[in-house]
Design a protein around this ligand. Sequence first.
Ligand code: GDP
Ligand code: IMO
Ligand code: MG
Length: 429
Amino acid sequence: MKIDIILGLQWGDEGKGKVVDSITPNYDVIARFQGGPNAGHTVEFEKQKFVLHTVPSGIYRKDTLNIIGNGVIIDPVILMKEIEKLSSAGISTEENLLISKRAHLILPTHRLMDAALEASKGASKIGSTLKGIGPTYTDKIARHGIRIGNIDDPEFQAHYNHLKEEHLSIIRHLGFDFSNFKLDGICLSDYEKKWFESLKSLRKYRFIDSEQFLNTCLDDGKKILAEGAQGTMLDVDFGSYPFVTSSNTISAGVCSGLGISPHRIGNIFGLFKAYCTRVGAGPFPTELKDEMGDTLRNQGNEFGSTTGRPRRCGWLDLPALKYSIMLNGVDSLIMTKTDVLNNLDEIKICTEYKMNGKPLKGYPFDVLSTELEPVYDTLKGWNRSLDDVTSFQKMPEELKQYIAYIEKYLKVPVEMVSVGPDRTQIIKK
Ligand code: GDP
Ligand code: IMO
Ligand code: MG
């Protein structure tokens, strides 16, 4: 067997949680391969709404195993809070949630350092979710980090203390006053206490060699879906650096983040919203800073699942999608939030960028340039509700044309269309 991948092609929040949950019945295992609690994946069913940060979105189906892979980084406080929320909604996780021993831990001082580094950047800050993502991956790459499989080592506490002191000295060096700084509403020492308690509670979960486990699952004919976090345009190598996250969000991240050979990669599903959003700072060529942007934000309820920040909104960006598809090797496209465009007479779609008036080939390195100008085509909107649409055939003609335009440009078929937040609101080809 081969492992399928589902990932975001834009700047995150494409609806990964919703779509993964919808298609989980087709799989035995769902595995997260990168990122950490900067992710916020929303799943809605039976009038309930959940937001997951670290737990894979297959957790609501009790016959599916969920793996937190080695490429993921874990804040025990956030993970335990998530598990408790699931448990109070009657969803048990002890049997079907497994954690890679190789997943690195986000220490309380990693979070503090994130805040200190962002503050030190002043106006050029990234708009990080401040969950400690950058500093934790930095320690991992610098070979300083602590993995969850190390928590019973005799030197664990000494390692923790050493890292903490190192972080505090950098934070002091940055001139960041953390005496009154709160982490999720509490001071550092209280957060640390909670952190150790949460780590203890996590011991009831199985810490596994997930790379071996997953490869054995494939040998045994089990179906696995890898769930991405963030989006391709936030990839540390190919996103709009430095306004990116600190992991590889692209399909190659599955190989390193789960220990899967490229030979074992199967179908790659690329998710995109029918328009674009971005939360945090950084270039966004098709951003709408006018009333239309507000309309998309209100219709789409575009407020961050992790931080509650308003998301920046804009028209669909085909050059960016083409670039994402190239990086990931996407086989099928899934378009989400289609219903958000229901009330429009006209829909714009970016087909090309110009730099200093000249059309560009490919996606530019210099995407930060103010000289970059998007060129648009205008399509007719369907201007009606999609509530009664249950198949591709029954879609309004204008929506069919919107999809056909995208497919023709990108040369990849759109195989699913999401028309609402509920797990049932998805149309499959
Ligand atoms: P993720 O990070 O990719 O999982 O996406 P988020 O959960 O952060 O953001 C997507 C938001 O859109 C969530 O509030 C979802 O409930 C919602 N959503 C997902 N698909 C659709 C859709 O097709 N239509 C509408 N209106 N909302 C959707
Ligand atoms: P999901 O998985 C949208 C953005 C942040 C910031 C930048 C760096 O829900 O799609 P970080 O916390 O990683 O240091 O932030 O990346 N960002 C996301 N934006 N969705 C996400 O995840 C994101 N995770 C990080 O807003 O601009
Ligand atoms: Mg999200």
